[in-house]
Structures are given as structure tokens and as C-alpha cells.
Design a protein around this ligand. Structure first.
Ligand SMILES: NC(=O)c1ccc[n+]([C@@H]2O[C@H](COP(=O)([O-])OP(=O)(O)OC[C@H]3O[C@@H](n4cnc5c(N)ncnc54)[C@H](O)[C@@H]3O)[C@@H](O)[C@H]2O)c1
Length: 257
């Protein structure tokens, strides 16, 4: 389905972001690739930005044009990184970019957040999620200490809060027809898969055995592209698993099915 849209893709230098940028360009979109690192094969215009840094986010928003039809928030760091950095990139930076970009989004635009199966437990984290709602970049260290967010928990918490934020904003911008949704993969074979295996150990190996194989960027990119397209116009505040059935397995296991 050809799409004549301008779409900003963060994390476009690698993995799922790179696959999404390529697919969108193939479908006819004008892609603006954003990343901390220069992509080996940039798709469309490339803008370097550090999404852990509010000044860099502000500069990015200034550099972006008006009339943007889609924002794919895909940049992220794995659970092996220090907890404050995981929260800054995977949650605060993503939220800041989305909110600051709103005036430059066209009416009817779509925002897609790359969440994770790691966020499935968000209902159990509502207290900390609420406490993080207005968290500033300079408050992250104290927040992590206050809520015992250390090690891999930072990654799980960031994805839990991201899913909750996506659901909460189902109708926030509906007067302008702006939709927000999330995609939640299980383990995906990208450069950070090794970090997940290092952090989660046997559990990640077991997940991939149950799933038959790890996901591939090409399994995830079409789901993001669909949610960005007009065909997904009635999908608002959804968190779509793209994980070979892992989400369903976890829900069935949790509920004795
Ligand atoms: N790979 C998996 O198993 C998996 C599973 C579920 C969800 N995810 C999520 O998918 C998204 C993409 O991950 P991936 O597997 O493609 O990883 P990846 O490492 O291949 O790509 C992540 C990209 O984000 C960029 N990035 C990191 N920090 C940044 C920053 N501060 N500012 C700007 N860009 C930054 C990196 O440079 C990289 O190009 C992440 O949000 C990740 O949490 C991945």
C-alpha cells in the first residue's frame, strides 16, 4: 500500500528502526531518519540526535519540518545500560520528543511507540508509573533510587510505563485526529539481542525456544508501518504484540488457561 507521507523514524541506524525506515521508504514515504549514530545506509534525510539529552531533543524538533504524518519512536537501549540512561532514552526522551513534536504533526498523524513484551506487567507497576508521569531528566537518578529501579528492572519499568502512557493517550489528541499506539515484540534478532540474553539468561533462551525462533526486524517493521497508515485509523491506544505468540502464552499461564 503506497503511502505519501513524511515519517520520522528514531533508532533508524540499526535493527527494527532501520528495517522500518527501509520499509516505509519502499512504500513511498518520505522518511526522516533520527539516531545517535550515523546509519550505514541512511534512508532519506538523517538528523543526529541524542534522545537522552533534552537540549538535543529540542534541537531535533527545531530541525524537523512541519506537516509530519507519522512518528515511529523506535530508538532504545538494552537493560545492560545504567538504569538512569535506560529511563532517559526509552521513556523520558521518547515522551519529550512526541510532546514537543505535536505542533509540527499534521492533523490525522500517527505516533507508534516501540514497547516490548517486557512491559506486559504494567498493571502491577501503576504506583511507580504514576510517580514517573512528570519526571524530569535531572530527577531520574533519585527516582530510580526511590523506586528500587536498578539493573534490568529499568528496562522493564520503562516499557511498562511506555505501554501505560500509550493507553492513557488513546484520545488525548483526537480533536486533531492524532492517534498513538504501541508495538510489543518479544526477543528480536538485532545487535541488542545478546544484551537481553546476558540480562535475562535462561529465561530469554526459553522464550526463544517457545517462540520457535527470535523475531526478526522484518517481523516488526510491517506492524509499525500498518499502525502509521490510514488503514489503522480506528486503532487508538492499542498495544499490539508481535512476538510469535509469547504475549498470549504469558497471559494464559498467568490466568491458568
Ligand atoms: N531486540 C529486541 O529483542 C527487542 C525486543 C523488544 C523491544 N525492542 C525495542 O525495539 C527498539 C529497537 O531496538 P533494536 O532491537 O532494533 O536495537 P538496536 O540497538 O539495533 O537499535 C536501537 C537504535 O537506537 C539508537 N539509540 C540508542 N540510544 C539512543 C539515543 N540516546 N538517542 C538516539 N538514538 C539512540 C541506537 O543508536 C540504535 O541505532 C528498542 O526500543 C528496543 O527496546 C527490542
Amino acid at each position: 500500500m503506497p503511502i505519501h507521507k513524511t515519517i520520522v523514524v528514531t533508532g533508524a541506524a540499526s535493527g527494527i528502526g532501520a528495517a522500518t525506515a527501509q520499509l516505509l521508504a519502499t512504500q513511498g514515504a518520505e522518511v526522516i531518519s533520527v539516531d545517535l549514530n550515523q546509519p550505514a545506509e541512511p534512508v532519506g534525510r538523517f538528523i543526529r540526535a541524542d534522545l537522552s539529552d533534552p537540549a538535543s531533543i529540542q534541537a531535533l524538533v527545531s530541525a524537523l519540518p512541519t506537516g509530519i504524518h507519522g512518528l515511529a519512536n523506535i530508538a532504545g537501549v538494552p537493560p545492560t545500560r545504567p538504569a538512569p540512561q535506560v529511563l532517559k532514552v526509552n521513556l523520558l526522551g521518547l515522551k519529550q520528543l512526541s510532546l514537543q513534536l505535536l505542533p509540527k504533526l499534521a492533523d490525522g498523524a500517527a505516533i507508534v511507540n516501540l514497547a516490548s513484551l517486557a512491559g506486559i506487567g504494567w498493571p502491577q507497576a501503576v504506583h511507580a508509573i504514576r510517580a514517573s508521569e512528570d519526571l524530569g531528566f535531572d530527577e531520574v537518578d533519585a527516582f530510580c533510587q526511590a523506586h528500587a529501579i536498578e539493573g534490568a528492572r529499568s528496562y522493564f519499568f520503562a516499557k511498562e510505563a511506555l505501554i501505560a502512557w500509550t493507553l492513557q493517550n488513546r484520545w488525548t489528541w483526537r480533536e486533531r485526529g492524532i492517534r498513538m499506539n504501541a508495538v510489543s515484540p518479544g526477543p528480536v534478532d538485532t545487535p541488542i539481542l545478546g544484551d537481553f540474553i546476558e540480562t535475562l539468561g535462561a529465561r530469554a533462551e526459553e522464550d526463544m525456544r517457545v517462540m520457535d525462533r527470535p523475531g526478526r526486524p522484518a517481523d516488526i517493521a510491517p506492524v509499525v508501518a500498518f499502525l502509521l497508515s490510514d488503514a489503522a485509523g480506528w486503532i487508538r491506544g492499542a498495544n499490539i504484540p508481535a512476538d510469535g505468540g509469547m504475549h498470549a502464552k504469558v497471559l494464559c499461564d498467568m490466568n491458568g488457561l
